[in-house]
Ligand binder design. Structure first.
Ligand SMILES: NC(=O)c1ccc[n+]([C@@H]2O[C@H](COP(=O)([O-])OP(=O)(O)OC[C@H]3O[C@@H](n4cnc5c(N)ncnc54)[C@H](O)[C@@H]3O)[C@@H](O)[C@H]2O)c1
Ligand SMILES: N[C@H](CO)Cc1c[nH]c[nH+]1
Ligand SMILES: [Zn+2]
Length: 422
């Protein structure tokens, strides 16, 4: 990895992939056809893009039973343990509706209502992501969402990966459909004969999925457009170079456009990490992807001081931040922008991807400056509650009428003044 000395501001080498004109046109056409032709279009696109002619889009109980034949019993137990950790973490995010009563009888409040129906996209294509099933479905369930429909593209054998089916079943998902890409997003947004429409779509996916989510936003809500994975490690000279290299590579193997960065005031550590990355890279099964990601989007930045290193981290606003210093707790207060913060040398990023409990769907591309990990709030909406007593309206009606007239809205003013007459 290239070592660069840093004295000024930084930004991650990001690829804000907005797709080619051809991809955008393809997505618009797919969405229009799904809207018009429903299931027929879904089946045709599945044949075209996933290479399989399906008899039915919906996953059957027999397919779920067959998935359990393939997945080791011990692994099913680990999926359950991860599920429970994620559930317990997200339970703490639940907010209650609230109501206050003033002495004049005014009642104000906020009613929290779970969304009626949510669609969860689970990427297929090049890899299977049972962990993404848990991370999207569980916060929706904790929020109390009425209906959860999961979509994922089938393999050439017409099946979904066994791990994905087991994870969904362990969460109690009842609606699972074998359809991916922009056509799946269209089905969730507009509805088809088999797939009733939803109110919100969550979950990561490739450029076709991302473009389709952007396009249907407004007809339905979406969570975010998650870009390629990012990790920044902030370390002092005492940190373990082998741990750092391993964690950088853990995200590099995701995607050729993933970004893995070390920021440190120690040149010695920087040099040792660069050597370790090369050594560990050579033995990885996905070494082509990881090597390209490290080459094009990886970096080691050496600062003059730890304060500069911390400032650099805030500039980068990474999806994942690992703090590997002798006292990480003393630094956390200075971190302003990061999707997930991992403290200390034992807290390797994949612990968060799979098991600890916090969500692994996180803001990327610098959006950690203003947005948060996927969470229970993403699956509820809030309604304001207002109840004025006669006493309150008599005391305040003239103020409200005056404010309305300030905006030239006479009917607003008179509506309130009607209450002042008797
Ligand atoms: N941020 C996260 O939490 C997270 C987690 C898991 C995966 N991911 C990301 O999700 C992405 C998964 O991508 P993927 O491709 O493997 O799976 P995918 O499910 O997103 O996309 C596969 C679908 O793309 C469509 N498609 C492919 N080529 C097409 C074409 N030429 N025209 C129209 N549609 C086409 C097909 O319908 C296919 O079913 C990766 O970028 C991965 O990094 C992110
Ligand atoms: N690190 C990814 C999010 O950036 C999530 C993931 C899924 N599986 C493994 N990792
Ligand atoms: Zn990961």
């Amino acid at each position: 990895m290239k070592i660069e000395r840093v004295t000024e501001s930084l930004s991650l080498k990001r690829d804000l992939d907005s797709g080619t004109e051809q991809q955008r046109q393809a997505v618009l056409e797919i969405l229009a056809n799904v809207k018009k032709q429903g299931d027929e279009a879904l089946l045709a696109y599945t044949e075209k893009f996933d290479g399989v002619k399906l008899a039915s889009l919906k996953v059957s109980p027999e397919e779920i039973a067959a998935a359990y034949e393939v997945i080791d019993e011990e692994l099913v137990c680990y999926i359950r343990e991860a599920r429970d950790n994620i559930y317990n973490y997200h339970r703490r995010q639940v907010r209650q509706s609230w109501i206050t009563t003033e002495t004049d009888g005014t009642i104000l409040g906020q009613k929290i209502t779970p969304l009626d129906a949510v669609g969860v996209y689970v990427p297929g294509g090049t890899a299977a992501y049972p962990s993404s099933v848990l991370m999207n479905v569980i916060p929706a369930q904790v929020a109390g969402v009425g209906r959860i429909a999961m979509v994922s593209p089938p393999g050439k054998d017409g099946k979904l990966p066994a791990g994905v089916l087991v994870a969904a079943n362990e969460c109690g998902v009842k609606e699972i459909y074998k359809v991916g890409g922009a056509q799946a997003i269209g089905a969730l947004a507009y509805g088809t004969e088999t797939i009733p429409r939803v109110d919100k779509i969550t979950g990561p996916g490739n450029i076709y999925v991302a473009l389709a989510k952007r396009e249907v936003f407004g007809d339905v809500d979406i969570d975010m457009i998650a870009g390629p994975s990012e990790i920044v490690v902030l370390a002092d000279g005492e940190a373990n170079p082998a741990y750092i290299a391993a964690d950088l590579l853990s995200q590099a193997e995701h995607d050729m456009r993933a970004s893995s960065v070390l920021v440190t005031p120690s040149l010695e550590l920087a040099e040792r990490v660069a050597v370790e990355v090369e050594k560990q890279l050579a033995t990885l099964p996905r070494k082509e992807i990881a090597a390209q990601s490290i080459r094009d989007y990886g970096a080691i930045y050496v600062t003059e001081t730890m304060d500069q290193a911390i400032a650099a981290v805030n500039e980068l606003a990474p999806e994942h931040l690992e703090i590997m210093t002798t006292d990480p707790m003393s630094i956390i207060g200075q971190i302003r922008h990061a999707g997930a913060i991992f403290l200390g040398e034992n807290s390797s990023e994949p612990i968060g991807d799979y098991f600890a409990g916090p969500n692994h769907v996180l803001p990327t591309n610098g959006t950690a400056r203003f947005s948060s990990p996927l969470n229970v709030d993403d699956f509820v909406k809030k309604s304001s509650i207002i109840s004025y007593s006669k006493k309150a309206v008599l005391a305040n009606g003239h103020k409200i009428a005056a404010l309305a007239r300030l905006e030239g809205l006479e009917a607003h003013a008179r509506a309130v003044e009607e209450r002042l007459k008797s």
